[in-house]
Design a protein around this ligand. Structure first.
Ligand code: IVH
Length: 677
């Protein structure tokens, strides 16, 4: 075999292996940028040596192989991929090529410049305005039918608003917003003891669940960017009109998308995205540039894998190098020992990083990072700092290979690895670090929400021997507390009041607080609304637990076991004796969090709402309503007699402004169809 042919073989094997890791197992082994480099190299090699090309080469496929778990959907039109460019010059070369193809001047073309969301492509079919099918991209030609799971995506209309066409397919990206990813991973860590690598993998895993209750419990969002008009009933001339129609039907479309005239404005806007990428609500790995004129698109056409009228400008993942000062181990609520890196602080993706998780023993050995090394740091999903690996420093003597400690740094008990698992645990049930984390979890916002019980205070209470279990909290008296350092009579009294208030917490929150393995908010609510009291739940047979929606065999077995553990039963008896309700009141289901994590500024009077009402309505949908406009503002609702300074700030920052009449629609769908200019 010739050298190029050997290299091509090697690249194909590598790419196939990474495709499998990425698409089938949702667990990439290498950064996207490295993967892109492999594909680019293979493509270049095939271009130079056409004899190496073959129909079956990975370069002629557009994506993932399809699996057999879901039924197959043959796409009405193939779901194509995009060609990539990596800098401004390559982007200009692309627009020059487009201009040549149209016999136009690049300065006269109009483009859409959109965020390239790091999620996964989804096709959704609507018949007479009703959602009938949702399918993944699969290999581009055949995807998987994930309709039941797609219906659980909260910001997605199941019925289109307004005038609806016969049959349309709406394509776009499923993603998990950054703030949702942080919360999801916290929950995953608490409930499952493991985390997702990044929002894309979390979204992919969540969409391909066999049980749609699990998908429903994940914060998936959808962003629409393409309309496939299956019976040619629409007659749009420009892409911008398609996007406006999608928004009118109730889809979320990218608020940052800009339609610009001329190649230079297009290049400038794409670079704007690169500088602002960390301020966006979702993780992006680049921008997508599309020709706006649909007739021009027809002229340009497609290659076998991608349209000629669109291109992705990919951004390099933001990575920094810094010195690894030490590797330490922290002990969690379940005793799990997690190694983490202590770093010389460095700014990555917009904020300073001094600590980064190393996940577990295997990860440390695989990355072979040692104290003193220069290491590469990045943020998974733009938010969670992680150490990628060590940088070679020829001539420097490295410290010896780091060894996982055998003793718990907190209690001196032994640290053990159980069976095949990659996790190590402190096996001392009386370890104060575990106890501290358990009590903090019990008092946390998601559980009993006891204000004033932060890490320092709990450590102090444990240290003074005032508590040794969550049940002890309820016998604390002002007299016990007021002598503690830093806690006067008044704050002692307010802490006791906060603990007192927690006694009426609904059963679901107590279940979350107790940290029953695998029980997250969805299962906790399901269990509590079915059984209504702890005693009823504790006496339910296993088979009955298993039949509940959102409670599979794993959760059921865990709850069943928990309720039969004598130590846990004794705690429940004490909690009951202390006056906890341990019951679930009848409350209406919460409203859909259409504005989760979004800041909506209201200016002027919106009909039907007082200022307070408008704010509460936004908060009830998971959003916030700050008093001023900033670059983080999602949109500005403009009522009667709006404030001039808010309007001009919104204009300056390019924040969408929507009329007061669209407020109700915004609350219900998280999006809008009309903007003010
Ligand atoms: S357009 C024929 N627009 O990137 C046009 N794709 O690398 C196909 N993506 O498969 C896609 N954001 O999953 C388009 N604003 C955007 C996008 C976008 C993310 C994804 C999509 C596509 C992949 C190609």
């Amino acid at each position: 075999m010739s050298a190029p042919s050997r290299r091509a073989e090697f690249l194909r094997t590598e790419i196939t292996r990474h495709n499998d890791a990425y698409f089938v197992h949702d667990a990439p082994i290498i950064p996207d940028a490295d993967y892109d480099a492999l594909v680019q190299e293979l493509r270049a090699l095939e271009a130079e040596h056409p004899e190496l090309r073959s129909e079956s080469s990975v370069t002629s496929r557009v994506g993932a192989p399809s699996s057999t778990v879901f039924s197959e959907v043959v796409h009405a039109e193939p779901m194509l991929s995009l060609d990539n460019v990596f800098d401004e010059d390559e982007l200009r070369t692309w627009s020059d090529r487009v201009a040549r193809g149209l016999a136009e001047d690049a300065a006269n073309l109009s483009f859409a410049v959109e965020p390239k969301i790091d999620g996964l492509a989804l096709s959704i079919t609507y018949v007479d305005g009703v959602l009938t099918q949702g399918a993944t991209r699969g290999d581009g030609r055949v995807g998987e039918d994930v309709t039941d799971n797609v219906r659980t995506i909260r910001n997605l209309p199941t019925v289109l608003n307004g005038t609806v066409p016969g049959r349309v397919e709406v394509r776009g990206e499923v993603f998990i917003a950054k703030h949702d990813f942080v919360a999801l991973n916290e929950r995953q860590r608490e409930v499952e003891g493991k985390e997702f690598a990044n929002p894309r993998n979390a979204a992919a895993g969540s969409l391909r669940q066999k049980d749609s209750a699990v998908s429903a419990s994940r914060p998936l969002s959808f962003l629409a960017y393409q309309l496939v008009d299956l019976d040619q009933s629409t007659a749009f001339v420009h892409y911008i009109d398609t996007i406006h129609q999608l928004a009118r039907w109730g889809f979320f479309t990218a608020p940052e998308t800009e339609f610009v005239d001329g190649a230079e404005a297009m290049v400038a806007r794409s670079t704007w995205f690169e500088t602002r990428r960390h301020d966006l609500q979702y993780e992006i790995d680049g921008v997508v540039i599309k020709v706006d004129d649909l007739a021009q698109r027809d002229v340009l056409g497609f290659t076998s894998r991608a349209p000629r009228w669109a291109v992705a400008r990919k951004f390099p993942p933001e990575e920094r190098t810094t010195r690894l000062l030490a590797i330490e181990v922290s002990i969690g609520r379940t005793g799990r020992a997690t190694p983490y890196a202590v770093l010389e602080p460095v700014v990555v993706a917009g904020s300073s990083v001094a600590l980064a998780t190393l996940h577990n023993q295997d990860q440390v050995s695989q990355k072979d990072v040692r104290p003193g090394d220069l290491v590469i740091v990045r943020k998974a999903g733009d938010v969670i700092p992680e150490v990628v690996g060590a940088v070679d420093e020829p001539g420097r003597t490295r410290s010896p290979v780091w060894k996982f400690p055998t003793k718990c740094p907190e209690c001196g008990g032994s640290l053990e690895r159980v069976g095949e698992q990659s996790d190590t645990y402190c096996v001392n049930p009386a370890c104060p670090a575990q106890l501290l984390q358990q009590i903090l979890h019990f008092a946390s916002r998601a559980a009993l929400d006891i204000e004033g019980l932060g890490e320092q205070r709990v450590a102090q209470l444990l240290g003074e021997g005032l508590i040794s279990d969550v049940a002890d909290l309820f016998s604390l008296r002002v007299g016990d507390l007021s002598s503690l350092e830093g806690l006067g009579e008044l704050s002692a009294a307010s802490l006791v009041r906060a603990i007192e208030r927690a006694k009426s917490a609904p059963l679901s929150r107590v279940l979350i607080g107790l940290g029953v393995r695998h029980v997250g908010p969805v299962a906790a609510r399901e269990l509590s609304s079915r059984f209504r009291s702890y005693d009823e739940l504790a006496s339910a047979p296993l088979e009955e637990l298993e039949t509940l929606d959102g409670v599979g065999p794993v959760i059921a077995a865990s709850v069943f076991r928990y309720c039969r553990d004598p130590e846990h039963s004794e705690r429940m008896v004490r909690l009951k004796a202390a006056g906890l309700d341990l019951a679930e009141p009848n409350v209406p289901p919460p409203l859909d969090a259409t504005l989760a994590g979004r800041a909506v500024v209201v200016t002027g009077a919106v009909e039907g709402y007082s200022r307070d009402d408008a704010e509460s309505a936004i908060v009830a949908r998971g959003g916030s309503s700050p008093g001023s406009v900033s670059k983080r503002t999602y949109c500005v609702v403009v009522g009667e007699a709006p404030g001039a300074s808010k309007l001009s700030k919104a204009r300056e920052l390019g924040i969408p402004m929507i009329p007061g009449s669209a407020f109700l629609g915004l609350l219900e769908s998280g999006t809008w169809s009309t903007t003010l200019s």
